[in-house]
Ligand binder design. Structure first.
Ligand code: ATP
Length: 235
């Protein structure tokens, strides 16, 4: 059975349609890169899966059970966690308090505070500090840690690399690869196409609210991706 299925999914913002008839299937344990230019609809797709944006039409199923229309907290409790673009930490809470916020859904599983600290040792050192005093990379670690604390079966990551130094990005993606080996499925949204594809089993490229190309990591063809990304070959 597929972990996640989207069938002819439509979603948007009031009168604006941002996703047109999206079909997508994700296997258990799979890592999928979702790439595309600004405004292609990647964030909207993640928001629709988490229930933050309501599906206007179509279906979203988790392990065969429909989840579209369910409240955000119910979807989270079924095991879908989001690392949102821009991290969205609670700036006036400490690192540890931010991490504990991830447990609100009450799901049990292998991800505990101890495990997050062994994944990101610097967070243990900083655990009593306010989140907004951390570097960008450390804040991103807190955001990933908080999502893992929810013990998700599916982790959605939106633009993890934004504004971070290459070495930090490498570190975070190395950590995510370890998370994937523990059976967590991932959807990675990235502007950095090479990074996203390298970290994934498969990729889908979106343009103007539609999926226009897809394939396995091994099949990824830079020229075809550039054409799909921009709608024509870049000059
Ligand atoms: P980015 O990399 O810029 O985040 P994206 O691929 O994630 O791009 P979305 O943010 O999903 O794209 O945007 C898809 C479409 O929805 C765009 O046309 C965008 O202008 C529109 N959109 C996004 N957020 C809103 C909003 N709050 N209200 C109205 N339209 C929006």
């Amino acid at each position: 059975m597929k972990l996640l299925e989207l069938e002819r999914l439509r979603a948007g913002y009031g009168p604006i349609t941002a996703l047109f008839d999206i079909d997508l299937a994700l296997e258990e344990g799979e890592t999928l890169a979702l790439i595309g230019a600004n405004g292609a609809g990647k964030t909207t797709l993640l928001r629709a899966v988490t229930g933050l944006n309501r599906a206007a039409a179509g279906a979203i199923r988790l392990q065969g059970a429909p989840i579209h229309g369910l409240p955000v907290h119910t979807i989270a409790a079924r095991g879908i966690a989001l690392v949102p673009e821009g991290r969205r930490l609670f700036p006036s809470l400490s690192v540890e308090e931010n991490l504990r916020m991830g447990t609100c859904g009450g799901r049990r599983g292998p991800w505990t505070l101890e495990r997050i600290y062994s994944l990101f040792p610097v967070l243990r050192e900083r655990r009593t500090q306010l989140a907004n005093l951390l570097s960008g990379g450390q804040q991103q670690m807190v955001a990933v840690g908080r999502a893992l604390m929810a013990n998700p079966q599916l982790l959605l990551c939106d633009e993890l690399s934004l504004g971070l130094a290459p070495a930090v990005v490498k570190d975070i993606y190395r950590t995510l690869a370890g998370v994937a080996t523990e059976g967590v499925s991932l959807v990675i949204v990235e502007q950095d196409v090479a990074q996203a594809i390298q970290a994934s089993d498969r990729y889908l490229c979106m343009r103007e609210g539609r999926i226009v190309l897809g394939g396995t990591r091994a099949e990824a063809d830079r020229a075809a991706i550039a054409r799909a990304y921009f709608g024509s070959a870049p000059q």
